[in-house]
Design a binder for this molecule. Structure first.
Ligand SMILES: [Zn+2]
Length: 302
């Protein structure tokens, strides 16, 4: 890599971005798509640094420091605060675009633009077609399907994927030199290829313990539990949507591992069936279908 990106993995995608910058083939808007906590927003911030810094993204000049601290006058961030992005926020962005700036670019970073209301999306459209001067939008999103196609078609899309275990393990080993091997392996296993999640687990023992407990619960449900005590074990999870999402993604991961390790074709197909069933439940859960009903059905199929 030519620049110091401050990101774990994604070498191919970063090389593509570097090539865009070197050939000055920069669009008005990039959209970084991929699972949460794999570094998309971090990458967007680095892109801002690379394009604004007068000395090759040095990480030390006032421009780099201001961008990092979110106080650079021409680099504006809208972090994901869980709320939707309404039309007033978009109007505010457009007004700031039209003010004269002192930097190389006017850059707007918007995390998770799936949060745009339709009205706000439509308002943004016109600006995306013909943004004034040197404007760059850097958007992130979990899935392409969360975004209005008319909006998505005006961006250059870069797809990011979960990291491979070896890549993640090597990076964590460097970052957490004092952590023991077992902790690192568990963080790799339980973060499901998401570097941000792995770092969070290693920095937050309580969160780490919670995910470990979920994993143990899954092993219990799969190996020892009967349908009746499965429901009992799941009571707590059903009450908490975030916990339920974590549980379901771990469950997919668990059965995917089982599928790879399966000693026979029949067992492999059984694991594949369960995985597609879990995906169906995840989909329904995101549409507010009664979680108890979903989980009870799922548990009968394990
Ligand atoms: Zn700099």
């Amino acid at each position: 890599m030519y620049y110091h990106w401050n990101v774990i993995g994604h070498q191919k995608e970063l090389a593509q971005l570097e090539s865009d910058f070197q050939t000055e083939n920069i669009p008005h808007a990039y959209l970084f798509v991929g699972p949460e906590k794999i570094g998309k927003f971090r990458i967007a911030k680095s892109v801002a640094g690379i394009l604004q810094c007068p000395s090759n993204f040095c990480h030390t000049c006032p421009t780099c420091v201001q961008i990092e601290k979110k106080c650079h006058p021409d680099t504006i961030e809208l972090e994901d605060d869980g709320e939707s992005i309404k039309i007033d926020a978009v109007r505010d962005i457009i007004a700031r675009l039209n003010m004269t700036g002192q930097s190389r670019y006017k850059i707007f970073l918007i995390q998770n633009i799936g949060r745009l209301t339709d009205e706000a999306g439509n308002c943004l459209l016109k600006t995306l077609e013909e943004p004034p001067g040197k404007t760059l939008f850097l958007f992130t999103a979990g899935q392409l399907k969360d975004i209005m196609p008319t909006v998505a078609s005006r961006m250059r899309i870069v797809q990011f994927r979960k990291l491979q275990d070896e890549v993640l393990r090597a990076a964590l080993k460097e970052m957490f030199a004092d952590a023991d091997q077992d902790m690192l392996n568990q963080a790799v296993l339980l973060s499901l290829g998401r570097s941000g999640k792995a770092i969070q687990l290693l920095r937050d023992p309580e969160a780490f313990q919670e995910v470990r407990d979920l994993y143990r619960l899954i092993q219990f449900l799969d190996e020892k539990a009967t349908p009746a005590n499965r429901f009992v074990a799941l009571q707590e999870i059903i009450q908490d949507p975030q916990k339920m999402r974590n549980f379901l993604s771990l469950l997919v991961h668990y059965f995917r591992q089982k599928m790879f390790d399966a000693p026979s074709a029949a067992k492999k197909y059984a694991a594949i069936d369960i995985i597609s069933e879990i995906h169906r439940v995840m989909n329904l859960a995101s549409r507010n279908i009664n979680p108890r009903l979903l989980m009870e059905n799922l548990m009968l199929k394990l």
